[in-house]
Design a binder for this molecule. Structure first.
Ligand code: AHR
Length: 509
């Protein structure tokens, strides 16, 4: 017999409007993300710029809103100038972060062309590892200044277009707290250079949206203290602080892995608390928002994540090509639930990454592109989350796990679009021990009369089942025909380890 879960929702329980930027992703010069990922001039589907149109189509289908570029760890040793101008004159460089060679055939201008085709907003990271304020200003001038300056005229000459790129979101370096980062800094050192870069960039354009590096993970020994030091100095010059988190099943501890979103919730709450502590200390009105610009499931300790070594500096090696299971997709969908639930403070998020590298989209060089299991919760949430995010009250049994003690078997968030009358409920059963019987009282929610439009569930009898190029639909959402709306009540069965989207529409006020 399955356990009961009761969800309470009300159109008045509003968190914040759904932000399109929650559905961002990330393209780094890493492994096969760029080369043979988004860009492969010899591929049968390549367009006139060498971009794979099969990947462009999947990116649009995924519903990606913004894309962070060009790194990641890569950016901390990157010279942006290497990637602009005539392609045949661009230098090949060693990328120290991933022990690879970069031919630089894709750079800022190509990325902007791709972003337009993919219909995504760009988010650009500057190098504050080996470089500093001047280079940040240079790339800003190159990208955004109207024609008539030294660097903007180079852009016009290189692209043949007068129009500036108009990039609004800029990351001030990447994971500068991490000892693995090229040019790693103490909080004080980073606070200085980030504040000066931000101040100077605002002199060029006061309307930029600037993201200062928070901790690379909440497990860092400096977590909290880092945010405090950095924000205390940079507060007036930045809009967002970054957060990064990756989850994986460790030591066969499936239960803790299934509850990963509890960690994301705590992480976000802790960063908000620290940012608001600095706000109080400095007596400021403005609130700093979070850019959760790297999040995903990532099996970091597997061989897939080991960079080449020694004399081997390959171009576009197979790196971080994790294959995701049904269970990974459920945890992943739950992480998106957590991000949406925090839409009052998470102003932007980027799934790391988009293609081949810990990615929802995989490609074969010269061949097929296919969807990983994680593609589905992302695409469906991006497509159906509309209007306002609603807080959901969850009354569910709990399951024991080592990491958190105990966690709720069910987790959920809803969105409500008053104008169209669309209600979407995103819900997970993250308990491996059995199915849950869901009950939601809709009559008292102030939604008017609702009918069921669609109920889709992602689940597989084998939680470790995955997709592949040959079997791309092994794990995909299926219609859940146990879900019904009767007498103002929604009910249905949620199988163990499943993610669902339940869509309803108002039929009468
Ligand atoms: O997304 C993969 C890597 O994870 C990024 O390059 C880095 O910022 C993080 O540690």
């Amino acid at each position: 017999m399955s356990s009961q879960v009761t969800l309470s929702l009300n159109s008045a329980f509003r968190v914040a409007p759904v932000r399109r930027r929650t559905f961002g992703a990330f393209v780094e010069h890493l492994g096969r993300c760029v080369y043979t990922g988004i860009h492969e001039p010899d591929h049968p589907s390549a367009d006139e710029h060498g971009f794979r149109t099969d990947v462009l189509e999947l990116t649009r289908e995924l519903g990606v809103s913004s894309v962070r570029y060009p790194g990641g760890n890569f950016v901390s040793g990157y010279r942006w100038e290497d990637g602009v101008g005539p392609v045949d004159q661009r230098p090949v460089r060693h990328d120290l972060a991933w022990h690879s060679s970069d031919p630089n055939t894709v750079g800022l201008d190509e990325f902007m062309t791709w972003a337009k085709k993919a219909e995504v907003e760009p988010m650009y990271a500057v190098n504050l590892g080996t470089r500093g304020v001047q280079e940040a200003l240079d790339v800003l001038e190159y990208a955004n200044a109207p024609a008539g300056t030294h660097l903007s005229d180079q852009r016009v000459a290189n692209t043949g277009a007068e129009q500036p790129h108009g990039i609004r979101m800029w990351c001030l370096g990447n994971e500068m707290d991490g000892p693995w980062q090229i040019g790693h800094k103490t909080a004080e050192e980073y606070a200085r250079v980030a504040t000066e870069a931000a101040r100077a960039m605002r002199m060029e354009d006061p309307d930029l949206e600037l993201i200062v590096c928070g901790s690379s993970s909440s497990a860092m020994p400096t977590f909290g203290a880092w945010e405090n030091t950095v924000l205390t100095e940079a507060y007036d010059f930045v809009d967002m602080v970054s957060a990064h988190a990756y989850y994986s099943e460790k030591d066969d501890d499936q239960a803790s892995f299934l509850a990963s979103a509890d960690d994301m919730d705590h992480f976000i709450d802790a960063v908000v608390a620290t940012a608001d502590h600095v706000r109080a200390k400095l007596k400021r009105e403005k609130r700093i928002m979070i850019s959760f610009d790297e999040w995903n499931v990532w099996y970091q300790h597997r061989a897939e994540s080991r960079p080449p070594s020694g004399d081997d500096w390959p171009v576009a090696p197979v790196l971080l090509e994790d294959i995701y299971s049904a269970q990974d997709a459920v945890v992943f969908g739950n992480l998106l639930i957590s991000l949406l639930r925090h839409s009052d403070r998470v102003a932007s998020a980027s799934l790391a990454q988009l293609v081949n590298v810990i990615a929802p989209i995989m490609t074969e060089p010269g061949g097929r592109a296919w969807k990983q299991t994680t593609f589905h919760p992302f695409a469906l949430t991006s497509r159906h989350a509309k209007g306002e995010v609603l807080q959901v009250n969850i009354d569910a049994p709990r399951f024991e796990n080592q990491r958190f003690g105990s966690s709720s078997s069910a987790d959920a968030v809803a969105t409500w679009d008053d104008e169209s009358g669309d209600l979407a409920l995103f819900v997970v059963n993250r308990d491996a021990s059995g199915s849950l019987s869901l009950g939601v009282d809709l009559a008292a929610g102030g939604f008017g009369e609702l009918e069921l439009v669609e109920a889709l569930t992602l689940h597989h009898e084998d939680p470790y089942a995955a997709n592949s190029a040959d079997a791309p639909d092994t794990v995909a959402p299926q219609v859940n025909d146990t879900v019904v709306v009767e007498d103002g009540r929604l009910r249905g069965e949620l199988p163990a380890i499943s993610w669902s989207v339940l869509r309803l529409r108002r039929t009468a006020a």
